[in-house]
Design a protein around this ligand. Sequence first.
Ligand code: CAA
Length: 289
Amino acid sequence: MGLDDVKTIGVVGAGTMGSGIAQVVAAAGFNVVLRDVSEAALDRGFRIIERSLGKLVKKGKFTEETSKGVLGRIRKTLNLQDMREADLVIEAAFERMEVKKELFGELDKVCRPEVTLASNTSSLSITEIASSTSRPDKVVGMHFFNPVPVLTLVEIVQGLTTSEETMELAYQVARKLGKSPIKTKDQPGFIVNRILVPYMNEAAFAYMEGVGSAEEIDQAMKWGANMPIGPLALFDLVGIDVALDVLEVLYREFGDPKFRPAPILRQMVRAGYLGRKTGKGFFDYGEKV
Ligand code: CAA
């Protein structure tokens, strides 16, 4: 199956990442089938897309008409069976191996045998996810970055069983989305999160130890290292639960204490302080954003 055969792309999960992926996929001219498990989740995903398109229209990057066209190409569904229409599927569901394996097992039954199944996982093993299907050569990582409409990288992750042909198709699809793909191997955290998340974790330790306030730590990294936003604000953007999951995977898989999560992260997750999506993380947002 080549790039020209891909007309409809299924996106499983309408959260922050899934909705961003659906948006860029539809903006590139593909039809999208966007699936989540509740109407509320789908509606929230659509609101995220509308807000983002609104920003692009305001900046003059999109016309109102293009924006309407993007929304018109996204079909919402609660039914996983609708993924049978897809020529490629990108999964962006909950970051739990059991959830991914169950989903991929079901997708494997629903989708045509030649269809590639991609996961947006940020750190879980593609090889293990692939093992839950009868097409492990057609399972690949397509890891996007938040905010998906703005950041250009997509890591194309090769599991032990992923074929070169599947890697190339995922690479070409990412290019068609206007992204800058980089191929990488299935190692915990791939390239970016292996380097970025321990940096953020160190900032959480510094905060816990009172090295500076959240504002001071972030401002220091912006002024001193030219970061676009500070590491604690980045936790809030990514989701403290999501970043903690990445750290847990790095810690468990490498068995190296340098990846141990700062205890404050677990406490914040227990308190429901997950960052922007709950209105409070290291910083207060007043409302869910
Ligand atoms: N949709 C469309 N446009 C958006 C947008 C969205 N969701 N979010 C921001 N923008 C646009 C803004 O409209 C603005 O456009 P112009 O430059 O044309 O004016 C531009 O992006 C910059 O936005 P802001 O001025 O509001 O704020 P900013 O300068 O701080 O930029 C940012 C925002 C691009 C998010 C920037 O802060 C940034 O790059 N932050 C770091 C993000 C990062 O590191 N992400 C990776 C997280 S790790 C990850 O995702 C992987 C994982 O698995 C955990």
